[in-house]
Design a binder for this molecule. Structure first.
Ligand code: MSP
Length: 649
């Protein structure tokens, strides 16, 4: 049984039918933040994430790509793991539902539930949505056919199936919700679940015979044509990761402190999962926390609209920690959030740049000018006790807010000490204090500012784990359990030290750093112009007239300067002589194949009449012609040197 010194934190395991997007990154980053805080505050922490790899949807996705489900799952699972590694996500285990141990554990659970009479065999008749991997009673279908969750057509299924006696647990579930007001967060979501359960629970079909890609039933049941329902398989990951059914050494982390999920999968976690656990005789999780949905510029994200946000691109362009801060600060947990570059830039420039970064710069400036970089907070309580009290009052509220999932309020509250600090400088004016010969008071003020920055950087660390250690280093300390204990729990001040100058942490961003997609076509427009859509889809073979071709101005150019675009893995920044007054600036996505040196002084073919575009903050005034296949990319160049600006065509 988990003691209060242990914290087990989980994300959902992600389906391997798609690559990671901002929604996945959001859940994972919240969980990472909680895990980092737990560790820093001295809890024995276990943070689990992973991939959900079985089920009909994945079997079909693999088939569509001509791959075996295992090959396909290996490939996509690795993209998730790599992304989390690049993001420095501090998971302790990355589970895959195709892991042997996991599958054994699921079989064990099935057997326990079967043996205690909670599983029986019958015939399932009903409607199944493959996309949501969910059965729906006819009454819930839209127009008698379509899935109420995603709108896709459902399939009528009539097959032999094993059932879990979910209905038996209805009352016990309601008792649990009642006795634990915080078991589902935010609390408003708990009411939704209660209403649903009060409406009556039907037994749950937990095996399928119409496909193969899943965990087989325990051998003792001798029923090889069944595979387990993917949600039973998937939910069990939370205990199989701790060794349930195999090596149970880590089971003392159970029950989970929190399962972080999106609101779309609340029903599975808040109804099915506790019922399974009751049947297994295991404790129930402390919290199930459901966050809201991210949209982009006010619209739902979808592949067909081409407006899905790639978290890596955003993090590369704006900085990972800035992106983390934005996501956690921008939306109240549980509410839906909208991603726009404008909102992100505002947060970086205002909260991070003005309130935090500038405060550090002011401290570096003041201490450098008056005290050769020295800071000493010994006299701070003598002059600034009121400010210190205000700061402590805010800091005290933080930890409960974090574990109640009020992360946006946590950050809001964490900003109050920064306001206290900035106001104190404006009000007491160290330059005036120095003029009046009150050096002791001015030093105490520096001590106040340094102490506030130190405490804030400790508490901000779980959200911004790359930037905060830099602030701490400038202030001469390290963020760890010891400093957390001293500065936060024991409410001590920072000791005397010499400040180290560091470059500004949050340079101002003036304009979007990522190229904006074309506005997505609305559904109405798409309906009105189907022909246009077809034409677009078959771009590769569409026939055009010679006049259309000549609307493109193609020219030979010479690369006269080539350098890398900072922080970009793909882009080179080129100056290309096209025989015009000055060279054109072209941002080319070729860095994976050509270095800046490779490109310098070579000739290229340029589309010269494209509208200028912005990429990572740089204007690009043309495009290079290149050919790309599975072996890579190569430039298209004139066979013999030609004068810059020579037309092609
Ligand atoms: N495999 C199941 C979970 C099983 S857990 C035992 C699954 N996978 S998922 O990949 O489809 O979704 C994983 C998480 O991503 C869910 O919590 C879901 O809410 C979240 N998101 C998917 N799209 C999202 C947004 N656009 N915005 C926010 N989160 C979203 O469900």
């Amino acid at each position: 049984m988990s003691s209060c010194h242990k914290a087990y934190i989980t994300t959902p395991i992600y389906y391997v039918n798609d690559i990671a997007h901002i929604g996945h990154a959001y859940t994972t980053i919240i969980a990472d933040t909680l895990a980092r805080y737990s560790r820093m505050s001295g809890l024995d922490t276990f943070f689990l994430t992973g991939t959900d790899e079985h089920g009909q949807k994945i079997e079909e996705s693999a088939k569509a790509r001509g791959k075996s489900p295992q090959e396909y799952a290996d490939e996509i699972s690795a993209t998730f793991k790599n992304l989390w590694d690049e993001f420095g996500i501090s998971y302790d285990k990355f589970i895959r539902t195709t892991d042997e141990d996991h599958m054994k554990g699921v079989q064990k659970a099935f057997k326990v539930m079967y043996d205690n009479g909670d599983i029986y065999k019958d015939v399932y008749k009903g409607h199944y949505c493959i996309s949501c991997e969910t059965f729906f009673p006819e009454i819930q279908l839209v127009d008698g056919e379509f899935c109420p969750e995603c709108g896709k057509p459902t399939t009528v299924v009539e097959e032999e199936s094993y059932f879990f006696k979910l209905s038996k647990y209805q009352d016990r579930l309601l008792e649990w919700y009642d006795a634990h007001p915080e078991c589902i967060l935010p609390r408003s979501k708990r009411n939704e679940v209660i209403r649903f359960v009060e409406g009556g629970l039907e037994d749950l079909s937990i095996t399928r015979t119409s496909f193969d890609w899943g965990v087989k039933l325990p051998e003792e049941l001798n029923d090889p044509k069944h595979v387990m329902y993917v949600w039973l398989d998937a939910l069990m990951n939370y205990v199989t990761a701790l060794g349930y059914g195999t090596d149970e050494a880590k089971m003392d982390f159970w029950p989970a402190r929190v399962h972080l999920i999106g609101k779309d999968i609340l029903r599975f976690h808040a109804i099915y999962w506790p019922a399974f656990l009751m049947s297994l005789g295991l404790e129930l999780p402390k919290h199930i926390a459901a966050h809201g949905w991210w949209t982009r510029d006010g619209e739902k994200m979808s592949k067909s609209k081409g407006n899905v946000i790639n978290p890596k691109e955003v993090a590369d362009a704006y900085g990972l920690d800035n992106f983390r801060y934005f996501m956690l600060r921008e939306v109240p947990f549980g509410g839906d959030g909208d991603f726009s570059q404008k909102a992100l830039i505002d947060r970086i420039n205002s909260d991070l740049g003005n309130d935090l970064g500038n405060l550090l710069n002011r401290l570096i400036g003041m201490s450098g000018k008056y005290f050769e970089g020295r800071v000493d907070a010994s006299d701070t309580p003598k002059y600034y006790q009121q400010e210190l009290d205000e700061v402590e009052a805010s800091l005290e509220k933080l930890e409960p807010l974090l574990f109640e999932m009020q992360i946006h309020r946590y950050l809001e509250e964490l900003w109050r000490p920064l306001t206290v600090a900035n106001k104190a400088i404006d009000r007491y004016q160290p330059w005036t204090l120095m003029k009046e010969g009150k050096a002791e008071e001015a030093m105490a003020l520096n001590g106040l500012i340094a102490t506030i920055l130190a405490k804030v950087s400790v508490m901000l660390y779980p959200v911004m784990p790359q930037v905060c250690p830099k602030i701490a280093a400038a202030l001469g300390f390290t963020i760890d359990n010891e400093s957390w204990q001293k500065l936060i729990k024991d409410k001590k001040l920072i000791e005397a030290f010499t400040i180290e100058k560091i470059p500004p942490l949050f340079p101002r961003i003036e304009e979007p750093l990522l190229e904006q997609e074309k506005p997505a076509e609305t559904k109405e427009e798409a309906k009105k112009a189907p022909a246009k859509k077809e034409e677009k889809k078959d771009e590769g073979v569409a026939l055009i007239g010679i006049d259309q071709f000549f609307q493109t101005s193609l020219k030979v150019g010479t690369v006269v300067k080539a350098e890398e675009v900072p922080k970009s893995k793909k882009l080179l920044l080129l100056q290309v002589d096209l025989g015009e007054e000055k060279p054109r600036q072209i941002v080319a996505g070729i860095k994976e194949w050509y270095s800046a040196d490779d490109m310098l002084n070579t000739q290229v073919c340029v589309v010269a009449n494209l509208k200028p575009a912005k990429l990572m903050g740089y204007t690009s005034e043309g495009m290079l012609l290149a050919a790309k296949d599975e072996d890579g990319l190569c430039m298209i160049r004139p066979e013999k040197p030609k004068k810059p600006g020579t037309p092609i065509g």
